[in-house]
Write a protein that binds this ligand. Sequence first.
Ligand code: NAD
Length: 259
Amino acid sequence: MTADVIVGRAEVIAACAAAIAELLSDGGVMIALTGAGVSKESGVPTYRGLDGVWSKVPEDIATPETLHREPELFWEFHDALRRVVATAQPNAAHLALAEIEAGLEAEFAIITQNIDGLHQAAGSRKVIELHGNATRNYCTECYREYPDLPSPLPSLPPRCECGGLIRPDVVLFHEGLPVEALTEADRLASAAAVVLVIGTSACVYPAAQIPLITWQNGGLLVEVNPEATGLSELAAYRLRGPAGRSLPALWTALQPLLR
Ligand code: NAD
């Protein structure tokens, strides 16, 4: 069975909540894979889509090659994202996910591709960051950590006391993911009875593989995204609308069904 819901079709939200509640009542684990779309309502731009960052700058700016060959250009791009993230606040979607974690007896974890720290700011405790965090930085020569670089940076690129180039602790294109985070994400995806796929175009691997693991094991896949993605066909429920509306509605419907 599959169902699309434009936010407001309460009966489909109710059916989705009932399906989730049944799986969780049997001791099932629930996970959420989140992407840039979950932070869009906080004013952080997505990468893909009409207003996405990649419609304005080429994707290869976020690569180690650009970082080392053209560090000023790399940091100009990255510092712009840092400036937005520095003032962004969690939105209703981040808050609903934190409430879900606090309100469920079942194990719940967020696996995020985002580097903005907004899930933690909303109060979520179990957050696995697959692509690092833009608030952390370190020297590429001596590995000294720089957690508190000013925003905006006074000069570009930032340099370590040793003279080395500082880089953000984020995963760039062509780089591998942190092994510990990926291992834990794989474990959770294998154990999960439900996966919510929220605000991701599901184009970036291996993150996009996570919901497939749960689905292949017979788990329920729920997509929360205004647009269709490559995963939409696998979703039992597709909540078509902004996450800041869909997730609070889903949580409101789910709460009374939990035992
Ligand atoms: P993406 O930009 O490729 O796709 C964003 C998705 O969000 C799209 O499918 C879009 O339809 C959907 N979306 C837009 N508005 C939405 C809303 N209000 N509610 C729900 N969904 C909405 O993002 P991605 O798949 O996460 O991949 C981009 C990569 O870039 C990630 O690896 C991430 O590390 C990085 N990134 C992070 C941030 C951040 O930390 N906030 C921002 C931009 C990019």
